[in-house]
Ligand binder design. Structure first.
Ligand SMILES: Cc1cc2nc3c(=O)[nH]c(=O)nc-3n(C[C@H](O)[C@H](O)[C@H](O)COP(=O)(O)OP(=O)(O)OC[C@H]3O[C@@H](n4cnc5c(N)ncnc54)[C@H](O)[C@@H]3O)c2cc1C
Length: 337
C-alpha cells in the first residue's frame, strides 16, 4: 500500500451499474457521508446483470483450490464486511463431497485448500441429514457463507437508500456525462473502454423439490468444473455452474446434463425435482482473471470480478473508499491510468 493524491474525500459520487460491484460501492460510499447516485440502465429486477445469475457463494477457502492468493485475501476481508453490514447472511459453511471415482481429485482439493475439517459419514449426516449414507466422508469449510443474489441485491439497494443514497433505475449513463467522482461498475458492458474484458459463460439451473433439505452449498468434485447445489428459500436449489469461454447466453444440452447429473449424484431424490429455470450469465474477466480497480483522476472503474463478484465486491468497495478518503493504493488490485 502507498499514499497517493486522491480526489476530494467529500465529493459527490456517481456509480454506474447496480450489480453486486456497484451496489457495494454505493453502500460504503453513502455510509461514509458522500452524496451517492447509483445509475442502473435496467429496472429493479436486474435481469440484465451477471449478478442475477450467480450462485452467491462466499467461499474464499474453497476457491483457493484454483484462484490466486489475492482472491483469498480480499475474500476473507469481504466475509467480515458481509457479516458487519448484513448480519443475517447465512454463514453455515460449505461441504465438499466426491464419489469414489473422483477420490484423487478430492484429496488434491483437500491439499490445495485450508480452513476445512474432514468429516466421516456420520459427521456428514449430522450436518446434512438428507445426505445420510450418501458419502463416506466430506470436507467441511465452516467459515464460508452464501447469499441469494436475487434477494440480496434488493436488500443492498434498500440499505443504500437508508444510508441517504439515490438509485436511478432505467438510467443508461456514460462516465463522461457525470460530474464529481465516477465509479464505473458496468461489468462486461465496460468493454468500450476496457477492450481486454471478456465474458466467461456460466450456466445454471433452478430446481424445486421438498424431498431434499440442505442448509449449505454442497460442492461435488468434478473433473471439469466445480459443480455445486445451493439451497434457496421455498424448496428451490440452484445447480451451477459451468465455465465456458463463450459469450452466447444459451444453455447447452451437455451442460444441462452435467448440472442435473451433479444434483442426482448428490441425492437421487433430485431426479423427481421440478425444473424451474435454465439460464446463464457472462462473468466479466480480464486476461488474468483477477479483479482490477483502474484510477484515472476522479474516474475509477471496478471490474473483472469474474467468478468472485459476491465474494470480492465488499472488499473492493472498501479499497476504493480508502483511496478516495486517504489516497491509499493497493498495488495488487489498483492501476493508475
Ligand atoms: C452462473 C454463475 C454463478 C456464479 N456464482 C458466483 C458465486 O457463487 N460467488 C461469487 O462470488 N460470484 C459468482 N459468480 C460471478 C458473479 O456473478 C460476477 O462476478 C458478478 O455478478 C459481476 O458483477 P458486476 O457488478 O461486475 O457486473 P453485473 O452484475 O453485470 O452488473 C453490471 C450492471 O451494470 C449495468 N450497466 C451496464 N451499462 C450501464 C450503463 N451505461 N448505465 C447504467 N447501468 C449500466 C448493467 O445493467 C448491470 O446491471 C457467478 C456467475 C455466474 C454467471
Amino acid at each position: 500500500m502507498y499514499q497517493n493524491k486522491s480526489p476530494r474525500g467529500d465529493s459527490p459520487v456517481s456509480i454506474i451499474g447496480a450489480g453486486i460491484a456497484g451496489a457495494w460501492q454505493a453502500l460504503l460510499f453513502a455510509q461514509a457521508g458522500h452524496a451517492v447516485t447509483l445509475h442502473e440502465r435496467s429496472d429493479a429486477a436486474m435481469t440484465e446483470s451477471t449478478s442475477h445469475w450467480a450462485g452467491g457463494m462466499l467461499a474464499p477457502y474453497c476457491e483457493a483450490e484454483v484462484a490466486e492468493p489475492i482472491i483469498s485475501r480480499l475474500g476473507q476481508r469481504s466475509l467480515d464486511i458481509w457479516r458487519r453490514e448484513l448480519p443475517d447472511t447465512p454463514f453455515n459453511g460449505s461441504l465438499v463431497v466426491a464419489h469414489a471415482r473422483e477420490r484423487s481429485d478430492f484429496e488434491r482439493f483437500a491439499r490445495m485448500t485450508e480452513g476445512h475439517q474432514r468429516l466421516d459419514a456420520s459427521g456428514v449426516a449430522q450436518l446434512e441429514p438428507s445426505l445420510d449414507g450418501r458419502f463416506r466422508d466430506a470436507l467441511f469449510f465452516p467459515a464460508e457463507g452464501h447469499v441469494e443474489p436475487r434477494r440480496v441485491l434488493p436488500k443492498l439497494h434498500e440499505r443504500i437508500l437508508a444510508a441517504g443514497g439515490i438509485i436511478k433505475f432505467n438510467s443508461d449513463v456514460s462516465a463522461e456525462d457525470l460530474e464529481g467522482i465516477v465509479i464505473d461498475c458496468r461489468g462486461l458492458s465496460a468493454r468500450d473502454g476496457q477492450p481486454e474484458l471478456r465474458g466467461v459463460k456460466g450456466e445454471m439451473i433452478l430446481i424445486e423439490t421438498a424431498e431434499v433439505e440442505l442448509s449449505r452449498p454442497v460442492r461435488l468434485i468434478h473433473p471439469r468444473w466445480p459443480l455445486y447445489v445451493i439451497p434457496r428459500e421455498d424448496h428451490l436449489f440452484m445447480l451451477g455452474a459451468t465455465s465456458i469461454e463463450a459469450e452466447d447466453t444459451g444453455v447447452s444440452v451437455r451442460s444441462a446434463l452435467e448440472l442435473l447429473g451433479a444434483a442426482y449424484a448428490v441425492h437421487p431424490a433430485f431426479a423427481e425435482a421440478r425444473i424451474v429455470e435454465f439460464g446463464s450469465g457472462l462473468r466479466p474477466a480480464f486476461p488474468d482473471n483477477l479483479p482490477r480497480i483502474t484510477i484515472d483522476r476522479n474516474k475509477m472503474s471496478v471490474n473483472g470480478l469474474y467468478r468472485h463478484g459476491f465474494l470480492l465486491a465488499p472488499a473492493l468497495a472498501e479499497l476504493t473508499l480508502a483511496y478516495v478518503k486517504r489516497g491509499q493504493i493497493d498495488n495488487e488490485v489498483m492501476r493508475c491510468a
